[in-house]
Design a binder for this molecule. Structure first.
Ligand code: ZN
Length: 324
């Protein structure tokens, strides 16, 4: 499954990055030691001095006054022999792609920004979203496809709600539930919001409902890489439950059963509790949501989501007709 491969791929990438940094350092170190044989001796002498320093600290016996001078002169010599051979002190350290997390993906218990970006890219790459967002954003949003009257009013109202959702994003706990028939611009509007928040540096995860349940079922039924289920579910939890904005596109297109109903509730509920924003777009009416999923999902969404309803003709069809 695509989802599983993507998650495994990213975990593996980080493992490989760390191994690569370590391998590079080892090779560089060997080369430096070959070209600067004196380096090892200096380092041993510095280490020896540090040991004497530690012993004297513990035993309370004072070190000879020359200790600091010796250390300083060894360090100066180290710099000198390195630079004479064309190296710097920094060449003795591992070089990471991301110095913040040293390619582990974590800074303390928090996910590093590099990791979030990578996940965003990987999720978005697969649905080709980066290309789409170049076309579908507030800059290209147009009312011209909405017929005068009810549909146009609804579109204007939707735009207003989307804009205030973005404006208040950092301080509100708002979520959006976008309904409407196929082709009335739900995904377009969602893309506009996603682009804006991605540009502001938020961690946005965009999944079709089908993909979302695919990933959640992989995690639940443990079909992730053997031996790493714990890490993988932790990983998925981090992204699906904890990202700044989760977009669930086209809810209702997946196979609805008790598993998906439970998973959807957990996901919606966890995110509300964690004060994280979610956007759900769907062709379903509220009545269908209530009938197809469960009363408790319906009530969470009814209480915690702002509703946006789009009306009008199928814009994709209209565009196609214009092109021909
Ligand atoms: Zn990092």
């Amino acid at each position: 499954m695509i989802a599983r491969t993507a998650f495994e791929q990213i975990l593996k990438e980080y493992d490989e990055k760390q191994l690569e940094a370590a391998r590079e350092l080892r090779e560089r170190r060997e080369q430096i030691e070959r070209e600067v044989p004196r380096l090892k001796e200096i380092e041993d002498e510095i280490a020896g001095l540090s040991v004497s320093e530690a012993i004297s600290r513990i035993s309370g016996k004072a070190l000879p006054g020359s200790y600091k001078d010796q250390l300083a002169s060894l360090r100066a010599e180290k710099d000198k022999v390195l630079s004479e051979a064309g190296f710097t002190e920094d060449d003795l350290n591992a070089h990471y792609e991301c110095e913040k997390c040293r390619d582990t993906g974590y800074v303390g218990n928090e996910l590093c920004t590099c990791f979030k970006e990578r996940v965003t890219n990987i999720l978005y790459d697969q649905s080709n979203i980066k290309e789409i967002l170049k076309e579908e954003n507030f800059g290209t949003y147009s009312f011209k496809y909405y017929p005068e009257g009810e549909a146009l009013d609804a579109a204007k109202n939707a735009l207003q709600k989307a804009e205030s959702f973005i404006r208040d994003f950092s301080r509100s706990e708002d979520n959006l539930f976008i309904t409407g028939a196929a082709g009335v611009g739900k995904t377009f509007l969602t893309n506009c919001i996603a682009k804006e928040l991605l540009d502001q540096g938020y961690f946005v995860v965009y999944l079709s409902a089908i993909r979302l349940f695919d990933i959640l079922s992989d995690v639940t039924f443990g079909s992730f890489r053997t031996g790493s289920e714990g890490a993988s579910s932790e990983f998925v939890k981090k992204h699906i439950y904890d990202c700044d904005l989760l977009i669930i596109d086209d809810l209702g297109t997946e196979m609805v059963n008790s598993f998906t109903a439970t998973q959807l509730f957990n996901c919606v509920n966890e995110r509300i509790l964690g004060k994280k924003h979610t956007i759900i777009s769907t062709n379903l009416s509220l009545k269908q949501l209530q009938d197809n999923y469960s009363e408790r999902i319906f009530s969470r969404i009814a209480n915690k989501y702002t509703f946006i309803k789009l009306l009008g003709n199928d814009i994709r069809m209209t565009k196609k007709l214009e092109e021909n």
